[in-house]
Design a protein around this ligand. Structure first.
Ligand code: GLY
Ligand code: MN
Ligand code: MN
Length: 430
């Protein structure tokens, strides 16, 4: 509200979505709404009044004993105001009336235009209603700004409270990866291993997977977003698993890759050690002396040298970087912000609104600062090709950890997920 100035912000949560007939998808609140409210019920809207007398106002479902018998507890406006600390709260049925009063004569409206056609229509309807009252002296906001721009900057820096939830989310996902390593055996189906993840997530209190788990045996690992998870796991193949959970709104995002039969082959080990070395080099760059892109640059540097050493790429390191030949084997970036969304809010370069001494750093990539959380996830994906030695065909490896930038370096939140060749083989054969 302090950042808004004289204005009104309207922030609806997500709608419930029907899966088929009268069954719904599991409900997930809108991340911006949740960040600002902590309130998880659907059919809720937050209205913030900026300026001299800021005010937070929640609109939510009424208490309804009849509906609660069927669908469960709902707060109702009075209890929500008291327990969540809003200045005011009203029934969602009063939204039109109250918002029209609040919006009249505001110089500026904050709203996420384009996020939802339904809300776009409703909000433009309010504006038109006010316009039709122009002759009574009512003025309409002539400035509409995206509230996400303001909140993104806040979401990028995780508070100690958020950091602690992310630590727990990471611990649950790490335990699930270790469980999978102990569980997976040749001739199992990929979905059997996926089930172990869901089991571990839910029994530890996570509310959902943070995204659809990728459980990719053998060649499937070279399909970056593979999630059919319906193939048999063959002895001699690697298994790449990208899976994380959502705990109290916050995502973890871990990838581990291990041999289905518990022992890396020579070629698998060569590529694994290379990806691991690139990941460790990238993590070493996660500190406040560096900008966002430094870990990616460090990972690329190690990977490209490795591709040359393994005879996957030809020429000098500089030439392979320049030509982009490495993209045959490494075609994605090394990470993303992590938080309420698995690919979290926040600009990767300095937004125009921010002036900072750090802004002069390379190419305007924003500096890493304490409280930021990101993933570090280099990989190598080798599809069969004429220019590739056959021993490497269908090896797909990614190693992904979640990292918190701290005052004096970084904290690897997912450190409990076993990662070295020796530790993986010991755990799998214990
Ligand atoms: N699991 C999504 C990602 O790694 O970005
Ligand atoms: Mn990721
Ligand atoms: Mn991932």
């Amino acid at each position: 509200m302090a950042n808004m100035g004289a204005s009104l912000a309207i922030i609806p949560t997500s709608p419930e979505v029907i899966r088929n007939r009268d069954s719904h998808y599991p409900y997930r609140f809108d991340s911006y709404f949740y960040y600002l409210t902590g309130f998880k019920e659907p059919e809720s809207v937050l209205v913030l009044l900026g300026g001299d007398q800021p005010k937070s106002i929640l609109f939510c479902r009424d208490k309804d004993i009849e509906r609660e018998i069927w669908d469960g507890f709902r707060y109702g406006a009075d209890a929500a105001r008291e327990q969540f600390g809003f200045d005011e709260a009203y029934s969602i049925n009063e939204l039109d009336t109250v918002v029209l009063k609040l919006l009249a004569n505001q110089p500026k409206l904050y709203f996420s235009l384009g996020e939802s056609a339904v809300w776009d229509t409703r909000v433009t309807g309010w504006l038109n209603t006010l316009r039709s009252q122009a002759r009574t002296g009512v003025s309409v906001p002539d400035d509409i700004s995206d509230i996400r721009k303001l909140v993104d900057e806040m979401r990028l820096y995780k508070s100690p409270f958020e950091q602690e939830i992310m630590r727990q989310s990471a611990n649950i996902a790490a335990a699930a990866h270790n469980r999978a390593m102990q569980f997976a055996k040749p001739n199992m189906m990929e979905y059997e291993v996926e089930a172990e993840f869901l089991h571990e997530f839910y029994r530890k209190g996570a509310q959902a997977p943070a995204y659809t788990s990728i459980v990719a045996g053998g060649a499937n690992a070279c399909t970056l977003h593979y999630n059919a998870n319906n193939c048999v796991l063959n002895a001699g193949d690697l298994l790449l698993i990208d899976a994380g959970c959502e705990l109290d709104g916050y995502a973890s995002d871990i990838t581990r890759t291990f041999p289905v039969n518990g022992k890396f082959s020579g070629a698998q080990k060569d590529v694994y050690e290379l990806v691991l070395a690139s990941q460790l080099a990238a993590i070493a760059k996660v500190n406040t002396s560096n900008h966002w892109n430094a870990p990616h640059e460090a990972a690329l540097d190690v990977l490209i040298q490795g591709f040359i050493d393994l005879k996957l790429c030809k020429g000098s390191k500089e030439a392979v970087l320049e030509s982009g030949d490495y993209r045959q084997f490494y075609m994605h970036r090394t990470g993303h912000w992590l938080g309420l969304d698995v690919h979290d809010a926040g600009e990767y370069k300095y937004p125009k609104s921010i002036s900072s001494e750090l802004k002069s750093q390379s190419d305007n990539w924003r500096a890493l600062e304490p409280g930021m959380t990101l993933t570090v996830e280099p990989g190598c994906y080798i599809r069969p090709a004429d220019n590739v030695p056959e021993a490497f065909w269908n090896i797909g490896i990614r190693i992904e950890d979640d990292v918190l930038v701290t005052q004096d370096g970084c904290e690897v939140l997912t450190a409990k997920a076993v990662k070295s060749v020796a530790d993986i083989e010991v755990l799998m054969n214990a």
